[in-house]
Write a protein that binds this ligand. Structure first.
Ligand code: DHK
Length: 157
């Protein structure tokens, strides 16, 4: 549909195992359940929802989002805490970027306290389980509308 916004929702390693992986931390919903939540939260916007276990593929998709998307929601999972390359890719974006986590990494092991992504994200949503994604989608779309009405504002400077 002409004029339809496109929102990318990208997921990093091991999130394909949602529902069976450490359910006490990540819950029992599957990634398909999370996708359905995102699509519902996005309303009329088109959602491109993907998961990969490979850092390079995640970076390829971030670069694709740079060309194709109005906003990006990203749960980089373990790469949040390790990937300078992902940070560099995200720095090339001018669209709103919302970092999203199911758990609250700040309340977990010390190695999860540092995120390479947070400094270049417009905002971060974490700790609400699958509902984090709904909040992140709503926030991302809000930022797009905000940006449309405030030309020249940079969300990721
Ligand atoms: C998911 C992961 O796989 C972890 O590596 C992060 C994040 C937290 C989440 O809560 O969604 O530390």
């Amino acid at each position: 549909m002409p004029g339809t916004l496109t929102l990318y929702v990208l997921n990093g390693p091991n999130l394909n195992l949602l529902g069976v992986r450490e359910p006490e931390v990540y819950g029992r919903e599957t990634l398909a359940d999370v996708q359905a939540r995102c699509e519902s939260a996005a309303g009329d916007a088109r959602v491109v929802f993907r998961q990969t276990n490979h850092e390079g593929e995640l970076i390829d998709w971030v670069q694709e989002a740079r060309e194709q998307a109005s906003a990006l929601v990203i749960n980089p999972a373990g790469y949040s805490h390790t990937s300078v390359a992902l940070l560099d890719a995200l720095k090339t974006l001018t669209i709103p970027v919302v970092e999203c986590h199911l758990s609250n990494p700040a309340a977990r092991e010390p190695f999860r306290h540092r995120s390479f992504v947070s400094p270049v994200a417009t905002g971060v949503v974490s700790g609400f389980g699958p509902f984090s994604y709904e909040l992140a989608v709503k926030a991302a779309l809000n930022l797009v509308h905000d940006k449309a009405s405030a030309p020249g504002r940079s969300h990721n400077a």
